[in-house]
Write a protein that binds this ligand. Structure first.
Ligand code: PLP
Length: 380
């Protein structure tokens, strides 16, 4: 049986045309017209003025921190329930991460927990220099509430929209919030360039700075002159060509992923003990991954057992992200919940499972996965 992956790449019919243009023009080197066009087209899609295409989402986050001048011992708040890359750049800069819990309604950063942390850090006279807000599994965080709170404390927000391209919040596209936002085109994302990312902002200076830092921070001189530390973080022209083709099918991919979710939901949500990641009324999720929780007291099977059963059928699934505050790397950093002692992200991690959610998942495979899960939940 062929392996069914969690979220494999799904190429459309336009990518090869753009890649052929690259080969025809021999513009294989980094940067070039495909990169410029990809940036412009992404800006138009999202409704942001400026963008820099980069080698990864992690690089985009790293540059965002650099541009905001984050330095050693600065405090940076970050969603706890996320992939490690949301937080790694904080340590690249030797800054101090503080993690914020999720709320139950959206699984994203809890505004109450955020407010608690901000007021505490204000008392300590050590307010964060920035808050990194993650849009988990394709659903936007509640930006009206989060931005209002951060505004009161004069703290900027970076939107980590790596998982939520194509989603929206109050009719504005994901990637439109905060002082800068970050996208990822990693192989498992809703659209991919095999690897890549983008930094977006309405502040032109930020994006100019990002381009400068991402191309080794070369000063304006005929010879190679450097007064700042730079990086090699730009996206190649070849990969941007793939990205342009993928962008054209993004809305189809969102539709397909939402359909995958809906089918799982229709069949499995009536089972006692199964809950799906809710969709907040304020937006439309891209349902990058379909995620559900299993209450093992009601189903008599836990998420780990279900992952193992699916694996026997060569089907990939995985636990919800292990929250950052539980990671050995981050054990000694602060973590804030809305109610002391009650951590929503712990619960979601302990019980949550991500199901195969490919935008090209066939109806046959999808229905086979569903019937295996149904049987597993009822039999064990
Ligand atoms: C929430 C989140 N942030 C950041 C990243 C980093 O993106 P990249 O893999 O392109 O570096 C990812 C995914 O990989 C992610 O899921």
């Amino acid at each position: 049986m062929n392996r069914i992956y969690l979220s494999p790449p799904n190429m459309g019919q336009y990518e090869q045309k753009y890649v052929q243009e690259v080969f025809d023009s021999n513009w294989i080197a980094p940067l070039g017209p495909q990169v410029d066009a990809f940036e412009r087209e992404m800006c138009d899609y999202i409704g942001v003025n400026h963008a820099a295409a980069l080698s990864s989402g992690t690089a985009a986050l790293h540059l965002a921190l650099r541009i905001l001048g984050i330095k050693e011992n600065d405090v940076v708040f970050c969603s706890s329930l996320t992939f490690a890359a949301s937080a790694s750049p904080i340590l690249y800069e030797k800054a101090v991460p503080v993690f914020i819990d999720s709320d139950r309604e959206t699984w994203n950063m809890c505004p109450i927990a955020l407010e608690r942390a901000l007021s505490e850090y204000k008392k300590r006279n050590h307010l964060p220099k920035v808050v990194i807000v993650v849009n988990l599994y394709g659903q936007s965080a509640d930006y009206d509430r989060i931005l209002e709170i951060c505004y009161c404390y004069h703290v900027p927000v970076i939107e980590d929209a790596a998982e939520s391209l194509g989603a929206s919040y109050k009719n504005r596209k994901s990637g439109n919030f905060g002082v800068m936002s970050v996208l990822s085109f990693n192989g498992n994302k809703i659209i991919t360039t095999s690897g890549g990312g983008m930094l977006l902002s309405n502040n032109e200076d930020f994006i100019k700075k990002a381009r400068f830092l991402a191309t080794q921070a070369r000063d304006n001189a005929l010879h190679y002159e450097h007064s700042q530390l730079g990086f090699n973080y730009r996206l190649s022209n070849v990969l941007a060509a793939i990205g342009r083709g993928q962008l054209q099918v993004l809305d189809d991919r969102v539709r397909a992923k939402r359909e995958v979710f809906q089918r799982y939901y229709d069949v499995l949500s009536p089972i006692e003990g199964i809950e799906f990641m809710p969709e907040a009324a304020y937006g439309i999720s891209n349902r990058w991954l379909t995620v559900m929780t299993i209450d093992s007291e009601k189903t008599s099977i836990d998420r780990t057992q279900l992952i193992e059963i699916l694996e026997k059928y060569n089907i990939e699934s995985r636990p919800v992200w292990k929250p950052m505050h539980l990671q050995p790397l981050y054990r000694n950093y602060d973590y804030y919940t809305a109610t002391p002692g009650i951590s929503i992200s712990d619960e979601l991690f302990n019980n949550g499972i991500c199901l195969p959610s490919g935008s090209d998942l066939s109806v046959t495979d999808r229905d086979r996965i569903i019937s295996i899960i149904k049987k597993a939940l009822k039999n064990v």
